[in-house]
Design a protein around this ligand. Structure first.
Ligand code: ADP
Ligand code: MG
Length: 277
Protein backbone atom coordinates (compact mmCIF):
# COMPACT_ATOMS: atom_id res chain seq x y z
CA UNK A 1 0.00 0.00 0.00
CA UNK A 2 1.82 3.07 -1.19
CA UNK A 3 -0.78 5.69 -2.09
CA UNK A 4 -1.97 6.94 1.29
CA UNK A 5 -1.69 10.63 0.49
CA UNK A 6 -3.43 10.57 -2.91
CA UNK A 7 -6.62 12.49 -3.39
CA UNK A 8 -9.28 9.74 -3.06
CA UNK A 9 -7.79 8.98 0.30
CA UNK A 10 -7.83 12.60 1.41
CA UNK A 11 -11.42 12.84 0.27
CA UNK A 12 -12.35 9.76 2.26
CA UNK A 13 -10.62 11.17 5.32
CA UNK A 14 -12.58 14.40 4.91
CA UNK A 15 -15.88 12.56 5.14
CA UNK A 16 -15.15 10.64 8.27
CA UNK A 17 -17.18 12.15 11.08
CA UNK A 18 -14.32 11.63 13.46
CA UNK A 19 -13.06 14.87 14.86
CA UNK A 20 -14.75 17.53 16.94
CA UNK A 21 -17.44 17.67 19.58
CA UNK A 22 -15.93 14.88 21.64
CA UNK A 23 -16.76 12.27 19.02
CA UNK A 24 -14.59 9.22 19.53
CA UNK A 25 -13.74 10.19 23.10
CA UNK A 26 -13.87 7.41 25.68
CA UNK A 27 -14.40 7.79 29.39
CA UNK A 28 -14.09 4.87 31.81
CA UNK A 29 -15.01 5.61 35.42
CA UNK A 30 -14.33 2.98 38.07
CA UNK A 31 -15.13 0.27 35.52
CA UNK A 32 -14.89 -3.40 36.38
CA UNK A 33 -16.36 -6.59 35.00
CA UNK A 34 -17.04 -9.83 36.84
CA UNK A 35 -18.37 -13.16 35.66
CA UNK A 36 -20.23 -15.76 37.68
CA UNK A 37 -21.60 -15.26 41.16
CA UNK A 38 -20.88 -16.14 44.78
CA UNK A 39 -17.74 -18.22 45.37
CA UNK A 40 -17.36 -18.78 41.63
CA UNK A 41 -17.28 -15.05 40.81
CA UNK A 42 -14.24 -13.96 38.81
CA UNK A 43 -13.30 -10.32 38.28
CA UNK A 44 -11.85 -10.17 34.77
CA UNK A 45 -10.85 -6.51 34.72
CA UNK A 46 -10.83 -3.37 36.83
CA UNK A 47 -11.41 -1.13 38.49
CA UNK A 48 -10.14 1.01 35.62
CA UNK A 49 -10.29 4.79 35.15
CA UNK A 50 -9.27 6.08 31.73
CA UNK A 51 -9.93 9.16 29.63
CA UNK A 52 -9.12 8.78 25.97
CA UNK A 53 -9.42 11.96 23.89
CA UNK A 54 -10.51 11.93 20.22
CA UNK A 55 -7.75 11.04 17.79
CA UNK A 56 -5.67 9.04 20.25
CA UNK A 57 -4.13 5.74 19.14
CA UNK A 58 -4.25 3.96 22.47
CA UNK A 59 -2.63 0.56 22.79
CA UNK A 60 -3.76 -1.66 25.65
CA UNK A 61 -1.05 -4.16 26.42
CA UNK A 62 -0.83 -6.93 28.98
CA UNK A 63 -0.30 -10.64 29.50
CA UNK A 64 -2.78 -13.16 28.17
CA UNK A 65 -5.88 -13.41 30.37
CA UNK A 66 -5.46 -10.03 32.07
CA UNK A 67 -8.77 -8.68 30.78
CA UNK A 68 -7.86 -6.78 27.61
CA UNK A 69 -10.62 -8.27 25.44
CA UNK A 70 -13.12 -7.83 28.24
CA UNK A 71 -12.31 -4.12 28.47
CA UNK A 72 -12.62 -3.76 24.69
CA UNK A 73 -16.02 -5.50 24.74
CA UNK A 74 -17.21 -3.02 27.37
CA UNK A 75 -16.06 -0.10 25.19
CA UNK A 76 -17.80 -1.69 22.17
CA UNK A 77 -20.99 -2.03 24.23
CA UNK A 78 -21.19 -5.79 23.62
CA UNK A 79 -21.91 -6.28 27.32
CA UNK A 80 -22.72 -3.87 30.17
CA UNK A 81 -20.10 -3.36 32.91
CA UNK A 82 -20.94 -4.88 36.28
CA UNK A 83 -19.60 -1.72 37.90
CA UNK A 84 -18.79 1.83 36.83
CA UNK A 85 -19.55 3.99 33.79
CA UNK A 86 -18.47 3.53 30.20
CA UNK A 87 -19.02 6.50 27.88
CA UNK A 88 -18.21 6.74 24.18
CA UNK A 89 -18.65 10.01 22.28
CA UNK A 90 -20.54 11.38 25.28
CA UNK A 91 -23.08 8.56 25.64
CA UNK A 92 -23.58 4.86 26.14
CA UNK A 93 -21.69 2.64 23.70
CA UNK A 94 -23.92 1.00 21.08
CA UNK A 95 -22.58 -2.02 19.16
CA UNK A 96 -22.12 -1.30 15.46
CA UNK A 97 -22.92 2.39 15.95
CA UNK A 98 -20.38 4.00 18.25
CA UNK A 99 -17.40 1.91 17.12
CA UNK A 100 -16.09 -0.42 14.46
CA UNK A 101 -14.44 -3.61 15.68
CA UNK A 102 -11.69 -5.77 14.17
CA UNK A 103 -11.06 -9.17 15.75
CA UNK A 104 -8.12 -11.58 15.62
CA UNK A 105 -9.95 -13.63 12.98
CA UNK A 106 -11.34 -11.62 10.05
CA UNK A 107 -14.88 -13.07 10.41
CA UNK A 108 -15.88 -12.26 6.83
CA UNK A 109 -18.83 -13.71 4.95
CA UNK A 110 -17.13 -16.48 2.96
CA UNK A 111 -19.93 -16.79 0.40
CA UNK A 112 -19.57 -13.15 -0.61
CA UNK A 113 -16.83 -11.53 -2.65
CA UNK A 114 -14.33 -9.08 -1.13
CA UNK A 115 -16.42 -6.22 -2.53
CA UNK A 116 -19.63 -7.87 -1.33
CA UNK A 117 -18.36 -7.89 2.24
CA UNK A 118 -17.60 -4.17 2.06
CA UNK A 119 -20.89 -3.38 0.30
CA UNK A 120 -22.79 -4.99 3.12
CA UNK A 121 -20.99 -2.84 5.70
CA UNK A 122 -21.69 0.30 3.65
CA UNK A 123 -25.35 -0.67 3.41
CA UNK A 124 -25.47 -1.24 7.15
CA UNK A 125 -23.84 2.21 7.61
CA UNK A 126 -26.71 3.64 5.49
CA UNK A 127 -24.47 4.85 2.68
CA UNK A 128 -26.82 5.55 -0.29
CA UNK A 129 -26.80 2.81 -2.93
CA UNK A 130 -25.47 5.08 -5.66
CA UNK A 131 -22.36 5.94 -3.63
CA UNK A 132 -21.46 2.47 -2.44
CA UNK A 133 -19.37 1.27 -5.40
CA UNK A 134 -17.12 4.32 -5.26
CA UNK A 135 -16.78 4.17 -1.47
CA UNK A 136 -16.03 0.45 -1.64
CA UNK A 137 -13.23 1.03 -4.14
CA UNK A 138 -11.81 3.88 -2.03
CA UNK A 139 -11.77 1.69 1.05
CA UNK A 140 -10.10 -1.19 -0.78
CA UNK A 141 -7.45 1.20 -2.11
CA UNK A 142 -6.91 2.50 1.38
CA UNK A 143 -6.10 -0.95 2.75
CA UNK A 144 -3.93 -1.86 -0.24
CA UNK A 145 -6.42 -4.14 -1.99
CA UNK A 146 -6.93 -2.49 -5.38
CA UNK A 147 -8.62 -4.67 -7.97
CA UNK A 148 -9.71 -7.38 -5.56
CA UNK A 149 -13.42 -6.49 -5.29
CA UNK A 150 -14.50 -9.49 -7.36
CA UNK A 151 -12.27 -12.04 -5.65
CA UNK A 152 -13.73 -14.69 -3.37
CA UNK A 153 -12.72 -14.66 0.28
CA UNK A 154 -11.10 -18.11 0.05
CA UNK A 155 -8.98 -16.95 -2.91
CA UNK A 156 -7.10 -14.32 -0.90
CA UNK A 157 -4.46 -14.75 1.81
CA UNK A 158 -4.98 -14.44 5.56
CA UNK A 159 -3.27 -11.05 5.53
CA UNK A 160 -5.54 -9.85 2.74
CA UNK A 161 -8.59 -11.13 4.60
CA UNK A 162 -7.56 -9.10 7.63
CA UNK A 163 -7.20 -6.04 5.36
CA UNK A 164 -10.79 -6.63 4.21
CA UNK A 165 -11.87 -6.77 7.86
CA UNK A 166 -10.17 -3.42 8.50
CA UNK A 167 -11.79 -1.88 5.40
CA UNK A 168 -15.13 -3.19 6.62
CA UNK A 169 -14.63 -1.56 10.02
CA UNK A 170 -13.64 1.72 8.33
CA UNK A 171 -16.79 1.52 6.14
CA UNK A 172 -18.89 2.19 9.21
CA UNK A 173 -17.52 5.75 9.44
CA UNK A 174 -17.57 5.49 13.20
CA UNK A 175 -15.23 7.83 15.00
CA UNK A 176 -13.83 4.96 17.05
CA UNK A 177 -12.05 1.82 15.90
CA UNK A 178 -11.48 -1.07 18.32
CA UNK A 179 -8.95 -3.73 17.36
CA UNK A 180 -8.42 -6.93 19.36
CA UNK A 181 -5.06 -8.51 18.47
CA UNK A 182 -5.97 -8.23 14.79
CA UNK A 183 -2.53 -9.25 13.52
CA UNK A 184 -1.72 -12.02 16.01
CA UNK A 185 -2.56 -14.87 13.64
CA UNK A 186 -0.47 -13.52 10.73
CA UNK A 187 3.11 -14.29 9.71
CA UNK A 188 5.75 -11.78 10.83
CA UNK A 189 6.25 -10.04 7.49
CA UNK A 190 2.53 -9.59 6.83
CA UNK A 191 2.06 -8.39 10.40
CA UNK A 192 4.74 -5.70 10.00
CA UNK A 193 3.21 -4.48 6.73
CA UNK A 194 -0.25 -4.27 8.25
CA UNK A 195 1.11 -2.46 11.31
CA UNK A 196 2.75 0.10 9.02
CA UNK A 197 -0.42 0.58 7.02
CA UNK A 198 -2.63 0.88 10.08
CA UNK A 199 -0.28 3.45 11.59
CA UNK A 200 -0.51 5.55 8.42
CA UNK A 201 -4.25 5.08 7.96
CA UNK A 202 -4.99 6.12 11.52
CA UNK A 203 -2.90 9.27 11.42
CA UNK A 204 -4.58 10.21 8.11
CA UNK A 205 -8.11 9.66 9.35
CA UNK A 206 -7.92 11.22 12.80
CA UNK A 207 -10.09 8.54 14.36
CA UNK A 208 -9.72 7.29 17.88
CA UNK A 209 -8.20 3.81 17.98
CA UNK A 210 -8.02 1.34 20.86
CA UNK A 211 -5.72 -1.52 19.91
CA UNK A 212 -5.24 -4.58 22.12
CA UNK A 213 -2.04 -6.62 22.01
CA UNK A 214 0.28 -8.65 24.23
CA UNK A 215 3.30 -7.55 22.18
CA UNK A 216 5.57 -4.76 23.44
CA UNK A 217 6.96 -4.39 19.89
CA UNK A 218 3.52 -3.82 18.45
CA UNK A 219 2.53 -1.45 21.25
CA UNK A 220 5.67 0.69 20.83
CA UNK A 221 5.29 0.85 17.08
CA UNK A 222 1.58 1.69 16.94
CA UNK A 223 0.64 3.63 20.04
CA UNK A 224 0.41 7.37 20.47
CA UNK A 225 -0.24 6.34 24.05
CA UNK A 226 0.40 3.02 25.74
CA UNK A 227 -1.48 1.59 28.70
CA UNK A 228 -0.07 -1.52 30.36
CA UNK A 229 -2.51 -3.62 32.41
CA UNK A 230 -1.70 -5.71 35.46
CA UNK A 231 -2.48 -9.43 35.57
CA UNK A 232 -6.14 -10.30 36.18
CA UNK A 233 -8.09 -8.38 37.17
CA UNK A 234 -6.45 -5.93 34.78
CA UNK A 235 -5.83 -2.47 36.21
CA UNK A 236 -3.71 0.35 34.81
CA UNK A 237 -0.04 -0.33 35.67
CA UNK A 238 1.56 2.16 33.28
CA UNK A 239 0.08 4.94 31.16
CA UNK A 240 2.59 6.72 28.94
CA UNK A 241 2.46 8.92 25.85
CA UNK A 242 4.70 8.02 22.94
CA UNK A 243 7.05 10.70 21.64
CA UNK A 244 7.71 8.83 18.38
CA UNK A 245 6.75 10.83 15.26
CA UNK A 246 3.50 9.72 13.57
CA UNK A 247 4.12 11.21 10.15
CA UNK A 248 7.11 11.87 7.93
CA UNK A 249 9.24 8.95 9.05
CA UNK A 250 9.70 5.58 7.34
CA UNK A 251 8.75 2.41 9.17
CA UNK A 252 12.26 0.97 8.95
CA UNK A 253 13.82 4.18 10.29
CA UNK A 254 11.30 4.19 13.10
CA UNK A 255 11.90 0.55 14.02
CA UNK A 256 15.65 1.16 13.89
CA UNK A 257 15.60 4.26 16.09
CA UNK A 258 16.95 4.34 19.66
CA UNK A 259 13.72 6.06 20.77
CA UNK A 260 11.67 3.09 19.55
CA UNK A 261 14.05 0.65 21.22
CA UNK A 262 13.80 2.54 24.51
CA UNK A 263 10.00 2.68 24.41
CA UNK A 264 9.74 -1.01 23.53
CA UNK A 265 12.05 -1.89 26.42
CA UNK A 266 10.06 0.26 28.85
CA UNK A 267 6.78 -1.39 27.80
CA UNK A 268 8.31 -4.87 27.85
CA UNK A 269 9.65 -4.38 31.38
CA UNK A 270 6.30 -3.00 32.58
CA UNK A 271 4.37 -5.93 31.08
CA UNK A 272 6.72 -8.42 32.76
CA UNK A 273 6.54 -6.65 36.09
CA UNK A 274 2.75 -6.29 35.89
CA UNK A 275 2.32 -9.97 35.04
CA UNK A 276 4.51 -11.04 37.96
CA UNK A 277 2.74 -8.79 40.47
P1 ADP B 1 -7.21 -11.13 27.55
O1 ADP B 1 -7.95 -10.61 26.37
O2 ADP B 1 -6.33 -10.12 28.20
O3 ADP B 1 -6.42 -12.37 27.21
P2 ADP B 1 -9.86 -11.70 28.58
O4 ADP B 1 -10.49 -10.37 28.68
O5 ADP B 1 -10.23 -12.54 27.41
O6 ADP B 1 -8.27 -11.54 28.67
O7 ADP B 1 -10.19 -12.54 29.89
C1 ADP B 1 -9.88 -12.08 31.19
C2 ADP B 1 -10.36 -13.09 32.20
O8 ADP B 1 -11.78 -13.10 32.26
C3 ADP B 1 -9.95 -14.52 31.88
O9 ADP B 1 -9.61 -15.14 33.08
C4 ADP B 1 -11.19 -15.13 31.30
O10 ADP B 1 -11.23 -16.51 31.55
C5 ADP B 1 -12.29 -14.39 32.02
N1 ADP B 1 -13.48 -14.25 31.19
C6 ADP B 1 -13.57 -13.50 30.07
N2 ADP B 1 -14.80 -13.57 29.54
C7 ADP B 1 -15.52 -14.39 30.35
C8 ADP B 1 -16.87 -14.88 30.35
N3 ADP B 1 -17.74 -14.49 29.39
N4 ADP B 1 -17.23 -15.70 31.33
C9 ADP B 1 -16.36 -16.08 32.29
N5 ADP B 1 -15.09 -15.67 32.36
C10 ADP B 1 -14.66 -14.83 31.40
MG1 MG C 1 -8.01 -11.30 24.40
Amino acid sequence: MSSHSNSPVAELAGRVDAVGGGRGAISLRNVSQSYGSGDAAVTAVGPVDLDIPPGEFLVLVGASGCGKSTLLRLIAGFEPATQGDVEVSGGQPVPGITSGVVFQQPRLFPWKTVGGNIDLALKYARVPKGERARRRDELLTRVGLDDTADRRIWEISGGQQQRVAIARALAGQTSLLLLDEPFAALDALTRERLQEDLRTVSSDLGRTNVFVTHSADEAAFLGSRIVVLTSRPGRVALDIPSTLPRVGVGADDLRGSPEYAALRAEIGAAVKEAAAA
